[in-house]
Design a binder for this molecule. Structure first.
Ligand code: CMX
Ligand code: CO
Length: 144
């Protein structure tokens, strides 16, 4: 089961400037930041609220770390804005298999490592009405 909006991914050219916008405008603070070399991003997670499944919802602010990353390519084409949405589940493997069986392309054979040690995969935007969609299982001990 998918039980929450885990995060909304927002692509930007300048992470520090964008973090400051969200702080000054809304009062959101950085909960966690990291570089994910595999995904080619420097990111900041802003926690918005806890969710009924014991997890939480975040904004994920993303700045590319290299020219050939998916986010750099997307920014060059679209400019800054909402890049993807992510649903949370305790079973990313099962959800990915189930969704794949419905004919939606799942981009990874095995989930990869995402924010805060989570396990993530993506659904192709062309099979999801133009929305790049991520599935997330948070790292233990949170188990969400
Ligand atoms: N949202 C909606 N549509 C998108 C999209 C997005 N974020 N990214 C690409 N597309 C569309 C393009 O507009 C294009 O459509 P048209 O053919 O109609 O022009 C089509 O998909 C192909 O796009 P592309 O620019 O040629 O890009 P690629 O096929 O090389 O890559 C994708 C697209 C989805 C496979 C790639 O972005 C990917 O692997 N994404 C998953 C990984 C990721 O996004 N990592 C960064 C976030 C990390 C995190 O969340 O932790
Ligand atoms: Co994401």
């Amino acid at each position: 089961m998918l039980t929450r909006i885990d995060h909304i991914g927002i692509a930007c050219f300048d992470l520090d400037r964008t973090v400051e916008f969200y702080r000054a405008t809304y009062g959101f603070e950085v909960f966690h930041s990291e570089v994910n070399e595999e995904q080619g991003v420097r990111e900041a997670m802003l926690k918005i609220n806890d969710t009924g499944d014991g997890g939480a919802s975040y904004l994920q602010l993303l700045e590319p770390t290299r020219e050939d990353s998916t986010v750099a390519k997307w920014l060059a084409k679209n400019g800054e804005g909402v890049h993807h949405i992510a649903f949370g589940t305790t079973d990313v493997d099962g959800e990915a298999a189930d969704i794949r069986s419905k004919g939606v392309r799942v981009l990874y054979d095995e989930p990869r490592i995402g924010s805060m040690g989570s396990r993530i995969t993506f659904l192709h935007p062309k099979d999801c009405g133009g929305v790049l969609t991520e599935l997330v299982t948070s790292a233990a001990p949170q188990e969400h």
